[in-house]
Design a protein around this ligand. Structure first.
Ligand code: ZN
Length: 289
C-alpha cells in the first residue's frame, strides 16, 4: 500500500470574497457576489487534473448556489461544513454554534443526500477559549475537524496543538490541524495567504520537509484567491496584506502544486492514515495557549 504521507489533502473553504474578511453578516446582501469566478477557476483546474478536494462550505453558499454543491458532489468531491454565517467560534455562544453547524449540515445533505462528517471553523477559530465546540461537533454527528492551528496568529492558534493528526480523548473527534513548517525561527502554514505571500518554492519546501518528517499535510485555499479583480475594501493593514497580496499568483502556483504532488479528499486521507499509522490521543486540557 502506498504511504499516505506521500499524498496531501486539497481543501477549499467555499465562500465569497466578502466572507473572507470581517464584514458583518447583515451587510452581505450589499456586496457584489462573485463566487462563480473563483469557484469555476479552481473547480475546473482541479477537474482537468483529476484532483478531488474537500470543500468546507458555508451554509449560506449552499443556500444561494445549490448547483455548485450538486456539481461538486456529482464530480466526486467531498462536501464539508464551514458554519453558516462565517462568524468566529469564539464570538459565538455554544447554542449559536450548534445552530450554525446543524443548519449548514442540513442544507448540504439535502442537496447531496450524503452525510457530512467534516468541519472547519472560519478563521481556524477553535482556540483554547472555544474548545467546547469540539463536543458540539461530536454531538451533531461530525467525525473530523480541521479548525485548529498550531501556528499562532492575531486571529487564531493553539501553541500546544500537535503537528499531526490526533484524536480528542473526550469526544473522539479526529483533528487534522493546519499544516505548518519551521523556517527562520518562525512557523508558517501550508496554504492561503502563506501560499501567495511567499514564492512557490517556500510552500513546496515546507511540504517536502513535512513528508521527510513523516507528518501529514493538508493544503487550504479559497475561491476568492482565484479572483484577483474582486473589490478592494478598506481593511486593517494585517487583514489587507493577508487578503489581497499576490492574488494573481494563486492560479499558476496551484497548477504547479497539483502537478507536483498527489491529492486526495480529507475522508479518504483519514481512512488510509488510521490504517497505516497509530492515532495519538490528546485530552482537551492539554490544548492550551
Ligand atoms: Zn472561511
Amino acid at each position: 500500500m502506498a504511504d499516505i504521507l506521500q499524498k496531501l489533502v486539497f481543501s477549499v473553504d467555499l465562500e465569497d470574497w466578502f466572507h473572507g474578511i470581517e464584514l458583518p453578516f447583515t451587510q452581505w446582501s450589499t456586496y457584489d457576489r462573485r463566487l462563480e469566478r473563483g469557484f469555476y477557476a479552481i473547480f475546473n483546474l482541479l477537474e482537468s487534473h483529476h484532483v478531488k478536494a474537500t470543500w468546507f462550505t458555508l451554509g449560506w453558499v449552499a443556500q444561494h448556489y445549490p448547483d455548485f454543491i450538486k456539481a461538486l458532489h456529482q464530480a466526486g468531491h467531498e462536501l464539508a461544513s464551514h458554519t453558516y454565517s462565517h462568524e468566529k467560534v469564539y464570538n459565538l455562544t455554544p447554542a449559536q454554534f450548534r445552530e450554525e453547524i446543524k443548519k449548514t449540515k442540513n442544507l448540504i445533505e439535502d442537496l447531496t443526500g450524503k452525510p457530512i462528517i467534516a468541519h472547519r471553523s472560519p478563521f481556524f477559530s477553535i482556540t483554547a477559549k472555544s474548545l467546547w465546540a469540539l463536543d458540539i461537533l461530536a454531538e451533531e454527528g461530525f467525525k473530523i475537524d480541521c479548525s485548529i492551528s498550531p501556528v499562532k496568529t492575531w486571529r487564531y492558534g493553539i501553541s500546544t496543538c500537535p503537528d499531526s493528526i490526533f484524536q480528542i480523548q473526550e469526544n473522539k473527534i479526529i483533528e487534522f490541524p493546519v499544516s505548518r513548517f519551521h523556517f527562520l525561527n518562525k512557523n508558517w502554514g501550508i496554504g492561503g495567504a502563506y501560499f501567495r505571500l511567499f514564492p512557490y518554492s517556500f510552500t513546496c519546501s515546507g511540504i517536502k520537509k513535512r513528508q521527510k518528517s513523516k507528518l501529514p499535510t493538508i493544503f487550504y485555499i479559497h475561491p476568492w484567491e482565484y479572483d484577483p479583480e474582486h473589490p478592494k475594501i478598506k481593511l486593517h493593514w494585517k487583514a489587507k496584506i493577508t487578503h489581497y497580496t499576490h492574488l494573481r499568483k494563486t492560479y499558476p502556483r496551484t497548477e504547479r502544486l497539483i502537478k507536483e504532488f498527489e491529492f486526495v479528499t480529507l475522508s479518504n486521507y483519514i481512512s488510509e492514515y488510521v490504517k497505516q499509522y497509530p492515532l495519538t490521543t490528546v485530552r482537551m486540557q492539554d490544548l492550551q495557549d
